[in-house]
Design a protein around this ligand. Sequence first.
Ligand SMILES: [Fe+2]
Ligand SMILES: [Fe+2]
Length: 206
Amino acid sequence: MTFVELARAVREQLGQEQRYGHVVRVARLADRLAARHGEDADKARRAGLLHDLARLYPAARLIEECERRRMPIAVFERANPIVLHARLGAELARERFGVDDPAILSAIRSHTVPTPGMSRLDEILHIADGVEPGRQYPERAALEKLAFRDLDSAMLGVINATLDYLRATGAEIAPPTLAARAVYQARAAQPLTLQPAIEGSSACPT
Ligand SMILES: [Fe+2]
Ligand SMILES: [Fe+2]
């Protein structure tokens, strides 16, 4: 499937222009970040387009579709079903769009909850999703710029912004997030000096 054909099919599957606009912006940014960091830009672009296929499913449908596929559901996921849209989205990409590339499927699976041990493509999608120009929070533009220089520091910044958002809204923090934060804190080339507070909605989880 060409990229244009894929985009058309994704638009139909999502059924909402706002979400389609988001995935196109994520795809464009992921493409540019991959090219900058020597990763596969075509895979990054496709992962970007496909990452939110299940994002608009209500909680009950997320759980029901995961159970139907006999996917294990962790305690945190059962309490916060929205995060399942990442893992279910990878299954939909495979079933409905014939995606069998493990790197693309891994990036889709890990785009919402950061974990230690993410691949570069996983990181690129996670960052592109968190800093695409449609999001509105004070550090967004600085993080986008930073991502072209240093993926580790950008990962740290995106994780911090997510944690700020979760704390501000009183939402539960996924267990691997803090472990991932420690990894990127140790790896980041430079101390982050971005504003820590975020305002408004960044529409997390992403
Ligand atoms: Fe998402
Ligand atoms: Fe997204």
